[in-house]
Design a protein around this ligand. Structure first.
Ligand SMILES: [Zn+2]
Length: 340
């Protein structure tokens, strides 16, 4: 192995959460995952407008590039700025030079009209010729009708579905709700509380940092026969870091395992965004071997090429000014936090 790899793929991201850092504390301290959603994320996503979405995506894409990640599978929700939101995200990522596969997370949390508008945003974006998936927030926030409609739309458009599955115990009925609907091109995020002998098809997206942060438990993805890929669930875009954490978490329940398993999960990302295989990252460390990387923090890209173009070199993105992106994102974060 050398110091070069293809571009890494972050298989589950929420670019909108880049502006959450420093947000005001919730009215009271959440005591479980359901309250983390209600008191933090569902207040934040409701306050987003398109300008905030644009700069959160710019910042998220920049941070991905700075970590050698050239492709992001994004799951988006902004219930008060639905129409056009996926295009804003795609445009921002394109400006920075990062590939993105976005989806709008359909939900009935804001009534049937909100669900319909979310579905239509997925359709609009994909029918305009963009690469994307159909998003569903999660079975537990959707009616059976909405889930079926999203599944049918994805099949009609020839794309997969990106959905949260059994992240918390409150979504433990997801395997029954999704029975018979999933296909191999579905992306199933988390699956912490999914039984090992489930019948769902698709790639399981493991997000170790987020699962620990939300105290939802350990998914132990090695127990599944499905393919497994690695994501950050919105906590930055550093997939190497996700690999290192995924390895030690697996090790915590299986002292005989090696880092090659978690590395294979990182490699699964290339099946989700095959174009990233043609990207090239030259790293600060050699060899880029799982046994080395599992115990080597701080490995960073020296140069990143996407589609043959150098988009990152000498510690800086080539297409955008990192200082300006951070300043504009900070302005939008202040606007967002003032609404909370
Ligand atoms: Zn997520």
């Amino acid at each position: 192995m050398s110091a070069a790899t293809p571009g890494l793929v972050c298989a589950h991201h929420h670019l909108y959460s880049a502006l959450a850092r420093g947000m005001p504390a919730p009215p009271r301290t959440p005591t479980d995952f359901a309250e983390i959603l209600e008191l933090i994320w569902w207040r934040l996503d409701a306050a987003l407008d398109l300008e905030m979405i644009r700069w959160s995506a710019m910042l998220g894409a920049l941070e991905a590039l700075e970590s050698g990640t050239t492709a992001i599978v994004d799951h988006h929700e902004s219930p008060n700025a639905i129409e056009g939101s996926l295009s804003v995200i795609a445009q921002a990522c394109a400006e920075v030079g990062v590939r993105v596969l976005p989806a709008y997370g359909v939900t009935d949390r804001h009534g049937p009209e909100g669900a319909r508008r979310g579905l239509e945003e997925n359709r609009r974006f994909i029918e305009e010729g963009n690469k994307g998936l159909v998003g569903i927030h999660a079975a537990f926030t959707c009616t059976d009708d909405s889930i079926r409609e999203a599944a049918a739309m994805a099949e009609e458009l020839g794309v997969g579905v990106h959905i949260h599955v059994a992240e918390g115990i409150g979504d433990a009925s997801a395997p029954q709700r999704l029975e018979g609907l999933t296909r191999d091109d579905w992306l199933l995020a988390h699956c912490v509380h999914l039984p090992t002998d489930h019948t769902l098809r698709g790639t399981i997206l493991h997000n170790p940092h987020s699962n620990l942060n939300n105290a939802v438990g350990y998914a132990d993805p090695a127990r599944f026969s499905n393919p497994v890929a690695l994501g950050t669930d919105g906590i930055g875009g550093n997939v190497l870091e996700a690999f290192r954490l995924a390895y030690v978490l697996q090790r915590s329940v299986d002292v005989a395992c090696g880092p090659d398993v978690a590395w294979s999960w990182l490699e699964t990302g290339w099946n989700l965004v095959p174009e990233a295989r043609t990207d090239e990252v030259t790293w600060s460390y050699e060899p880029m071997d799982p046994w080395h990387l599992a115990f080597t923090p701080g490995v960073r890209p020296l140069q990143v090429k996407v589609d043959g173009e150098v988009v990152f070199a000498d510690g800086r993105p080539t297409r955008v000014d990192a200082t300006e992106v951070r300043a504009r994102a900070a302005e939008q974060a202040a606007r967002l936090h003032a609404r909370l």
